[in-house]
Design a protein around this ligand. Sequence first.
Ligand code: AMP
Ligand code: MG
Length: 271
Amino acid sequence: MNLSKRFLVKPGKKVRLKDRDPEDSAGYGKKDRAKVEKLTEQNIRRLDELQYLLYAENRRSLLIVLQAMDAAGKDGTIRHVIRGLNPQGCTVTSFKKPSDEELDHDFLWRIHKAVPNKGDIGIFNRSHYEDVLVVRVHELVPKDVWAARYEQINRFEELLAENNVVIVKFFLHISKDEQLERFQDRLKDKDKHWKISPSDFGERKYWKEYQRAYEDALEKCSTKHAPWYVIPSNRKWFRNLAVSQILVETLESLQMSFPKPAFDISKIKVE
Ligand code: AMP
Ligand code: MG
């Protein structure tokens, strides 16, 4: 099954998150969990081969953007899907509240610096999209400033794509109830207390505003060169399958091949 097609936000199409079921698991039920985990393993092994090719080609890079509400599984996705990759050739960047120095530049300055080198895979745990999400919801800048950013983001991503950066963006979609359950699990489990911040609960008041802000970002910024995928993420095992598979499908579509040596291999003497 082609999951890229299923979860793609078609460029120019209206996005209503209410119409996208966070429980969706493309026909796999709870009883299929073991099978789905096996498929995910296969994808992870295939990703390792594809990463090797990307590295050998040294022509382009892959940028993976992860965005989601709190507890939706950004960290979990990195832990479970990205773990199969070779750390040499892979960078993860987590974007927090901008520093004073970062705020003294345009919002894309810190982002551009973290774009992966040719041959590498870069993962953004949060990204420039925070500047049209938390910044919009909490009115950290005036409306005309954040409203102009969708177009600025599109132009920036286009520039990257024209310079051989392959971009894939995932929105991990969970329901408000699922988030509450996960927060409650964290409260119950001492080993998870470090993950809790009092503001997590406060942010739930803004759920609707966040969903609206996400809809706008998905709708305005899903483009051919930098598509958004909405990944149903209430079921972690399915989320891992979907993300791993879309990554495989994306890299396979590049039809990469090992570069030819610049010299005649038959003339090399092994003595
Ligand atoms: P965490 O990912 O849980 O470590 O939290 C990082 C925090 O940084 C989140 O609350 C984000 O909303 C916040 N953050 C990330 N980027 C920005 C930004 N551009 N402006 C304001 N807050 C941000
Ligand atoms: Mg967090």
